[in-house]
Design a protein. Sequence first.
Length: 536
Amino acid sequence: MAVQQRPETGTSRRAFLRHVGVTGGAGAMFATMGALGLAPTAQAASREQAYSAPKSGDFTLTGRGAAKVVVVGGGIAGLATAYELGKAGYDCTVLEARDRTGGRNFTVRGGDSTVDLYGNRQTARFSQGQYLNAGPARLPQWMVTLDYCRELGVPVEVFTNTNADAYLYNESAGMTAPVRYRTAKADVYGYVAELLAKATDKGALDKELTASDQDRLMEFLKDFGDLGDKLTYKGGERRGYTTVPAATGTPGVLLGDVPSASDVFASGVGRYFSFEFGFDQAMLMFQPVGGMDQIPKALTRAIGAHKVRTGAVVSRITQTAGGVTVTYTQGGRTRAVEADYCVGALPPNMLARIPHNLGSGVQSALEAITPQSAGKIGLEYRSRWWELDHKIYGGITETDLDVTHIWHPSYGFHGERGVLVGYYNYDTDADAYAKLTPGEREKRAVAAGVKIYGDKYRTELASSFSHHWRQTPHLEAAWHDTPGGPDDPRYKPLNEPTGRVYFAGDWLSYTDAWQHGAFTSARRAVTKLHARVLSA
Ligand code: PHE
């Protein structure tokens, strides 16, 4: 049955659904509810029903009560652990070494200060409303992070991960000016389509495809590559214009000469296109309004700030006969928390340095997981020249320079100022920048940007702030490499509780380097811990 109209009020909506149920049966009703957004679709169900949060009612018939839990680490995994356990009344204490929660979820605003492991001290001078998400900055729609934003009341907005008007720039291929994504795509897709169409036409696929399948393929290729007569690619409006079409008398002037297929392939621009095919990087993507740290802030509020001890550096985890003792120093004093259970939610490279009595299996598993590098620089500009002069609103410029990615802000459009991410790089590029002073980092990043965008990249700059995760105290990693994957048997002492100690973090998930990994890992630990408490 076709749904012609969306009933508006609650009563008429119920009546409408009853009607559908009567005439079409329960299956039709459920499908209609799905179409109306009232019942979960299969995909939403697989994401949300796999987890059910602990609740105080779970204890009603068991005669047992919630336990005391000490959570080591106030990043997303630790906060999610305390938040979820808190739903059932667990008494959680979160120990966080830094002066704020969130871990790698770090939003830099004017006045924020950091000191890296090399001793570089920086204070951000960003103006009011401007920020840099130094860590996580984009959320795919399928990740549970968005469910937490909904649940916690954190508003989200679109994050532009790909933009046809952003640039591609490969210096090593001899490019002296950037090319727009749309132009590069038109050319690469055009020539690939042309070559495949010609090969097909010559019978190269006769063994692979029937004649009618070849016809369908040809039809697709002509459309996909915008092919003209004789199956050739000749450019066209997909590449863009030097004068855009406007009123009568202004049909538009197409971008100049179409490069040869050889030049297009030599430029290497096609290597960036598959990024947006990734399950975790495809548009649309989202970001919290006002900065990614709205998530840990909301989690911390929901847990109760009094349950979170910041500046608390854990010095020992000791399993005792009936519980766990975690020792920490805070403001020069040594203290301890005694609890029934512990959840270790620090990065593995940090946990590996904390003395414990959990055995060599835990220690060697932690040491097998290696920390990786990434860095970002935020460049605040006095004007949004990328919008004014280049007509680029959000999105990412890809380069083969050591800055790697340049991000245009996905907030504050048409405002006076804006913060570009002048580099987002990994591994040796990130480490090379980390070794420079913040001033030298800025100089090097700006010199790279000038090659692509011209002088305003230097002359409009107001201030900068750079951040490198491998050199950040108490974290020392952007993400981790887990040889064999998180289910490898060697990580069993981390995936199964070791005595009364559980572990959680993105590094124990198939989505490391995403908050989704931290959230789902925390949910897994919480589920196991709660089941044990209920049956103990
Ligand atoms: N989540 C991070 C990002 O989106 C790191 C990452 C990059 C993870 C690419 C997977 C793929 O930048």
